[in-house]
Structure formats: C-alpha cells, structure tokens
Design a protein around this ligand. Structure first.
Ligand SMILES: *Cc1c(COP(=O)(O)O)cnc(C)c1O
Length: 400
C-alpha cells in the first residue's frame, strides 16, 4: 500500500467518527439512582457515600474505603495522612500520570523518580532500591495500564528499610496480584472514578486501607481536618467541632456516590469486556514484528485500563508521532500514556530532574501508543482498530 491510501494524505479513513481511547458506559440504573438522590434530603456527604464506601471496600477486600472528590485528592490525602513533609522523599515511577508525583510535591516532600522494568514498564524494584536514602519514607507504586506491580519485592524493600508501601491503582480496579485484590495489597491504595476509568462518579476517588487509624485520619482530612461532619452534628443536636489536622474540602457528593454504586455493580461485566478486547488485540497483533504489546506480569489478573503497544522503531520508516497522527486521521483515538514525569518543565525547574535519569522510561516513552479500550466498544469498533493499525503499519514498514 502507498502513503496515498492513508487518511493522513487524503485517502479514505477506516472510520468517519473518531473512536475515543476510553469512555464511560452508563445505563438507566445509573440515571435512576442519581435522580433518587436529587429527590432526597442529602446531596453531599450522606448515606450514599457510606454505602458506596462499604461496597467498594468489600470489592477490593480492604477493611476501609474513604471516598473523595478525585483520584488526585485520594493520592494527596494518602501523603497528608502519613504526615510527610519537607525533606521527606517518596519514590515514584517515572512513567506515570503527573498526579502520582504531584501528590508528594503538594506536601512539600520530594518525589524521587525510579526507572521502570523494560518489559512491563512497571516500577523496577532494583531502581527503587538504588534510590533509597535515610530520607526515604515511602514507595508509591503505580499499576500502570492495570497490571499489578511486583508487590512481593516492593514489600520486602518497604519492610527492610521501614517505608510505607503506597499504590496509585487508578488503572487497576479489579486487578489481582497472586490472588489478592489490588486495594488490599499496599498500606494505602488510591483509585480514580474519572469517566475513562473502570467505574465513574463523574469525578471522584477512593482510598482503601486496613489501618483503622489512617482511615479515620483520611476522613478528617477530607473535610477541613474537622473531627465531626455536619450530618453527625445535626443528628446529635450539637454545633461544636474541633479542627485537629490541616484538612481540605475533598468531599464527594451523594449524587456522585449513587452513580458510582450503580457502576460498581457492573464492574465484573466491564472487566470481562476489557479483557475480551485485550485478547482480540493480542491475537491480531501476534504476527506483527513492527509492534509488541506490553509484557504482562505473571500470576496476576490484569484490569486493562489501557492497552499499550510498543512500536519496534527499527522496523518502521517513521517515528511514533507520525503513526499517532496517521491513526488519528483514520478515526482511531490513540493516545500516549505518558511522557516521563521527570521531564516536565516544572520538575526540571523545581526538582532539578533531567533527561538521562530514567533511561528505560525515556526510551519507552518514544515507542508507546495506547489503543482504544472501554467496555462499550463493539466488535466492529475492535475490528476497525485492528484494520487501521494494519493499514498504517504496512505503509511504514521498512522494506527488506
Ligand atoms: C486518572 C489517574 C489519576 C488521577 O485521577 P483523577 O480522578 O483524574 O484525579 C492519578 N494517577 C493515575 C495513574 C491516573 O490514571
């Protein structure tokens, strides 16, 4: 095929309407649940928040779940609850969403960037160990794409060096590590309820933990650092409250939690669909030396928030960004997750990070492409993605 067949150069596209890389799937039950809250007494923190927290904790096998206004708020409260402050260091992977590192910076602590495993692109425990100093307080692992990190080794390191083990599992609701649900493996785990994630509340986040004291502190921090919430005071007929922490308004509403509760009931179906899409991609691309799906860790159940492929650039005549633009022109909403965090101007300016610091993350970042994956994708959507990838790759394959 010639370049002229590509939509990028005026050829006819595989699809006329852009297929996004992710989107929510809502039904009548979600709509009815939200309407019922609108007719009730409580719009913000009320019975739906508690009900959602109980169901979520049970889903991931944790003792406590605390729901907040976003995944970013969940990450921030994990750091705040542990009282990390200026001078403390938290090790985070270089290849993640900026919020995984920003939560550390919010509390004036220092994010230290670890490199990733060359096959899975998950945080590399060997890199983590090299970065541990007397100031290190925690390891913040990220279950990138929905694949669980190597928690056995990370736990060993955390115990040996007396560190907290934290997880940004915004990609990994429904994933399992050696038979244990993500959400019950680290000391504190953060999830997101953004519309592209496994289940949505519009915006929202959840922290899970087995530690009662931390759960209580998270609840206090969620609402201004105040010991009782408005509903509790109302019920007891008192007005007094005490502020015991410097907290935030990171509350989530009953409206959102009613939506999230209805979504949580559909999680098994959503996961099944994501796994089926991933299986289709894996089979379709098995004979394509020009690209490789990410290696998947053993003994885990992947949650497939993302489906990331790596381009084998030595077999292609163009770089990732041209492939990206060509696929977008074909109507396939591919994306890149992520540019390495330590290379963003803010981190270079404030934390003096630089290129060359995490070579594996940096080179992988120029090869990765996320293909659309979400529960509402039809079989014909999947076929369109596969057809578009084949079309674009065949035009740009190095001839032998
Ligand atoms: C989505 C996401 C977040 C942030 O979640 P929000 O709910 O959008 O604030 C943090 N970390 C990772 C890895 C994410 O994918």
């Amino acid at each position: 095929m010639s370049e002229k067949s590509l939509a990028l150069y005026g050829g006819s596209p595989v699809r006329s309407r852009l297929l996004p890389y992710g989107r929510q799937l809502l039904g009548n039950e979600e709509i009815a649940a939200v309407v019922a809250v609108l007719r009730s007494d409580w719009l913000t923190t009320g019975p739906k928040v508690s009900e959602f927290e109980a169901d979520f904790a049970a889903t991931v096998g944790a003792n406590y779940a605390v729901a907040v206004s976003s995944g970013t708020a969940a990450l921030h409260l994990m750091i705040a609850a542990l009282r990390f402050t200026a001078g403390d260091e938290v090790i985070v992977p270089a290849l993640t969403f900026v919020a995984s590192a920003n939560c550390v910076a919010y509390q004036h602590a220092t994010p230290v960037f670890a490199d990733v495993d060359p096959d899975t692109l998950l945080i590399d425990p060997k890199s983590v160990e090299r970065l541990i100093t007397p100031r290190t307080r925690a390891i913040l692992a990220v279950d990138y794409t929905g694949a669980p990190c190597n928690y056995f080794i990370l736990r060993e390191l955390a115990e040996h060096y007396h560190l907290a083990l934290l997880a940004d599992s915004c990609h990994a609701l429904g994933a399992y590590y050696h038979g244990r649900a993500i959400g019950s493996v680290a000391d504190l785990t953060a999830f997101s309820l953004h519309p592209v994630k496994h289940i949505t509340a519009g915006e929202g986040g959840v922290i899970t933990t087995d530690n009662a004291e931390l759960a209580q502190r998270l609840r206090i921090l969620r609402s201004h650092g105040i010991t009782t919430d408005y509903r509790e005071r109302e019920q007891r007929g008192v007005w007094e409250y005490q502020m015991v922490e410097l907290g935030f308004n990171y509350r989530i509403t009953d409206i959102q939690c009613a939506l999230a509760l209805a979504q949580l009931r559909r999680l098994p179906d959503f996961l099944q669909r994501r796994r089926a899409i991933a299986r289709n991609y894996r089979l379709a691309f098995a004979d394509f030396p020009e690209l490789t799906p990410l290696a998947e860790p053993v003994n885990t159940n992947h949650a497939y928030h993302l489906y990331v492929i790596r381009l084998n650039l030595s077999r292609l005549t163009v770089g990732r960004n041209t492939i990206f633009r060509a696929l977008r022109a074909e109507g396939i909403g591919v994306n890149v997750h992520y540019a390495p965090v330590h290379l963003h101007p803010y981190y270079q300016r404030i934390y003096h990070t630089h290129s060359g610091q995490c070579p594996i993350a940096e080179s992988a970042a120029s090869e990765i492409l996320s293909l659309p994956i979400f529960p509402g994708m039809t079989d014909s959507d999947i076929a369109d993605v596969i057809r578009a990838v084949q079309k674009v790759i065949s035009v740009y394959t190095v001839s032998h």
